[in-house]
Design a protein around this ligand. Structure first.
Ligand code: AHR
Length: 504
């Protein structure tokens, strides 16, 4: 197979927010995962599991979404502030979690975690069991500079400076567990909440343009003949539209057939999951079209108070492989992560990056111990899954220009190339369960290979565990020792390989 790269043909820039993270009070994602508490024997930084903080720092996640997910709709933010010993205990039933929630990880802890790992916070408000006032108060607590009771309360809790939270989600999967709403019902609620959001303009924060995120579709699925994006935008167009910056699409790569487990699978089941990962591409393209069609029908403003909605971004707030066994797992939704999941993860990141003109932000579900995880924990042990390595590798694409590639006559290879300051980064996924492939890469100019990394395993079923934490780890290989304009790249079966070149 051959591929010619023209570094001048570029599509757009990889926003680091495409590699964002999602954490929720589900299973052991936060409690026992990220949060172990300051008195734990597990090494921690102010209660946050030290290894996760350090390994997350290395990823530079630009954004983290919290507190859900479904849990957002039962979360009352006041339960999670103030002295930890005095916080109330509630019960968490989400997705079979079934534990008491002692609210040790609340707003201030989330903000500290974001700060420690260098991420921007994205808060999803409680639309189903919360009130408009509760949302307003939460925003005031987070963002008001000073002088109000809630700004004072934040200062009293140790944080005089505002957090400048820009991203606010209004509702989660409102077409399902978030209220089983119709687009008409949701549009009405959205209007109420979005309109009541404070602007913080008075405080003259540069960063403080509140970015309102509406609950977007479930992939491309029509629900009871409703096309979510089309019908929601139609509803919003019926009358003066409220402020809305983005739709939050959720796309799980469901692996629900009963012929495998997360770690025991054959070629057929491998192919199914790998194909499912690629299918998000069509969803994104169609959603992009639906958004454009919806925007075109937005009414012309009747008064100077109205603004015509001309831009609406697509973000993917939840994505990843969801294996059947996760439904019965203990802790809730915990599943092993093999090379199959790592390849599916890389394919999805390729899609986001290729469509960086359409997708502006994406957060993987979820970072720790839940579904498509980067980290699994077992008591004091922290295991980085092969997904972690994928995210580390993809970080090198951040802020690079995505190169438009010619179609390749191979269904087995998925290539992503970006260029940044004369450095070309090429990531190649070999989706073949059993066969290695070679790619002849033509760069059209002399280049020096500066790095070659490979994430592969002795078998596609392999994974990392407490007993063998580094069985599947990316390895650095010797780069080709000569400058050239053509390189023959060897790609093992079921692998993700990355090559970096300095263009001479
Ligand atoms: O990520 C797990 C759950 O999946 C989330 O809470 C919910 O939004 C989705 O259905």
């Amino acid at each position: 197979m051959e591929l010619s790269i023209d570094i001048d043909q570029t599509l757009g820039i990889v926003d680091p927010k495409l590699h964002g993270q999602f954490i929720e009070f589900l299973g052991e994602c936060i409690d026992q995962g990220i949060w172990v508490g300051p008195d734990s024997k597990i090494p921690n930084i102010h209660g946050f599991r030290k290894t996760i903080v350090e390994k997350m720092q290395a990823l530079h996640p630009a954004v983290i979404r919290w507190p859900g997910g479904c849990y957002a709709d039962s979360y009352h933010w006041r339960d999670g502030i103030g002295p930890r010993k005095q916080r109330p205990i509630t019960f968490n039933e989400n997705f079979g979690t079934f534990t008491r929630d002692d609210h040790q990880f609340g707003t201030d802890e989330f903000m500290e975690f974001c700060e420690l790992v260098g991420a921007e916070p994205w808060i999803n408000i409680n639309l189903m069991s919360g009130t408009v006032q509760e949302m307003k108060d939460w925003m005031e607590y987070c963002n008001r500079e000073s002088g109000t009771d809630l700004a004072r309360l934040r200062a009293q809790n140790g944080h005089p400076a505002p957090y400048h939270v820009k991203y606010w989600g209004i509702g989660n999967e409102v077409w399902a567990g978030g209220g089983f709403m119709t687009p008409t019902a949701y549009a009405a609620k959205y209007r109420e909440f979005a309109t009541a959001m404070p602007s913080f303009k008075h405080d003259l924060f540069d960063k403080e343009q509140i970015y309102r995120i509406a609950s977007g579709p479930d992939g491309n699925k029509p629900i009871e003949r409703v096309n979510w994006t089309r019908d929601l935008l139609k509803e919003l167009a019926r009358y003066r539209q409220p402020s809305i910056q983005a739709l939050d699409l959720h796309y799980y790569n469901w692996n629900l057939a009963n012929d495998d487990t997360p770690t025991e699978f054959d070629k057929q089941s491998w192919d199914r999951v790998v194909k499912g990962a690629g299918e998000i591409e069509e969803v994104i393209v169609q959603q992009g079209e639906l958004i454009n069609q919806g925007l075109a029908k937005m009414p012309t403003p009747e008064s100077s108070m109205d603004q015509r909605l001309s831009k609406l971004e697509l973000i993917v707030g939840e994505w990843g492989v969801w294996h059947r066994d996760a439904f019965t797992a203990k802790p809730a939704l915990k599943q092993q992560v093999t090379m199959r999941d790592a390849v599916a993860t890389a394919i999805t990141l390729n899609v986001f990056q290729r469509h960086c003109d359409l997708v502006k932000m994406a957060t993987v579900a979820q970072s720790v111990n839940v579904l498509n995880a980067l980290f699994l924990t077992e008591d004091e042990k922290t295991i980085m899954t092969p997904n972690y390595d994928v995210f580390v590798m993809y970080q090198r694409h951040q802020n690079g220009r995505v190169i438009q590639l010619p179609a390749m006559n191979s269904e087995k290879l998925d290539v992503m190339a970006t260029i940044k300051q004369g450095q070309l980064t090429v990531t190649i996924i070999n989706k073949d369960y059993a066969k290695s492939h070679q790619l002849i890469l033509r760069l059209g100019a002399l280049a020096t290979m500066t790095r070659h990394e490979e994430l592969s395993a002795a078998s596609p079923n392999e994974y990392n565990s407490a007993a063998a934490p580094d069985r599947v780890r990316k390895r650095t290989k010797a780069p080709a020792p000569f400058a050239a304009d053509v390189f023959a790249l060897e790609l093992p079966n079921a692998s993700v390989s990355q090559f970096q070149f300095r263009m001479n």
